[in-house]
Design a protein around this ligand. Structure first.
Ligand code: IMP
Length: 204
């Protein structure tokens, strides 16, 4: 079943502009063509799972069912140790239903402000799932994890979401201060997608 899909279109089950941009950049050099689900009129899936992988599968299945295409979905978020892993799978709605990236960022800053800097360990998680069709019983599941430390003052204009407060220790910069290529090389999403590309190209 690990056939390559060169030339075949794959629907990308995300409407998050930041994610779509990163995933497109990562796939640009590959012969893998993805179409964002918004371009095909696919409605958003309800993210009712209790884990990243469940939500990624729900999103990919929804996009495959509505489009008739193979689907890739990314479910991701940030886990903060001092907050017992929150916001985790609720990262996109941390400040409430319909919250913007900025609302969520400001809420996280409030939540960690009193935490001593050395205890502000956190990590981004990304679960990237590939379904050959909506009823595919063996989804391909790839995971990436990116460790960092949280700042209480945003820095940088690149990226999206929680990037302005996510300090990448090896770079001495926040994820929003990294150029897009560097973020893609290091990030949770970059790691997960690199594994998926390897699989799709039949090298797994
Ligand atoms: P999802 O679309 O349900 O997977 O939600 C992902 C959430 O995690 C969003 O709120 C994003 O802001 C956040 N997130 C995921 N990946 C990143 C990233 O690379 N940088 C910053 N925030 C991210």
């Amino acid at each position: 079943m690990s056939k390559t899909h060169h030339g075949e279109s794959i629907v990308l089950a995300s409407s998050n502009a930041g994610k779509v941009r990163e995933i497109n950049a990562l796939l640009a050099d590959e012969e893998i063509h993805v179409i964002p689900q918004s371009a095909l009129g696919v409605p958003e899936a309800a993210e009712t799972g209790l884990s990243f992988v469940e939500n990624a599968i729900l999103k990919a299945r929804n996009a495959a069912a509505h489009s008739g295409l193979a689907a890739i979905a990314d479910d991701s978020g940030i886990e903060v140790d001092a907050l017992a892993g929150a916001p985790g799978i609720y990262s996109a709605r941390y400040a409430g239903p319909g919250a913007s990236d900025l609302d969520n960022l400001n809420k996280l800053i409030e939540m960690i402000r009193e935490v001593p800097p050395e205890q502000r360990t956190a990590r981004f998680q990304c679960l990237m799932v590939y379904l050959r069709h909506a009823e595919d019983p063996t989804p391909v599941i790839c995971q990436g994890t990116w460790d960092g430390l949280l700042l209480d003052t945003p820095r940088g204009d690149n990226g999206f979401g929680y990037d302005p407060i996510f300090l990448v220790p090896s770079e001495g910069r926040t994820s929003a201060e990294l150029d897009p290529e560097t973020k893609n090389r290091l990030s949770h999403r970059g790691q997960a997608l690199t594994k998926l590309v390897r699989f799709l190209k039949g090298e797994s």
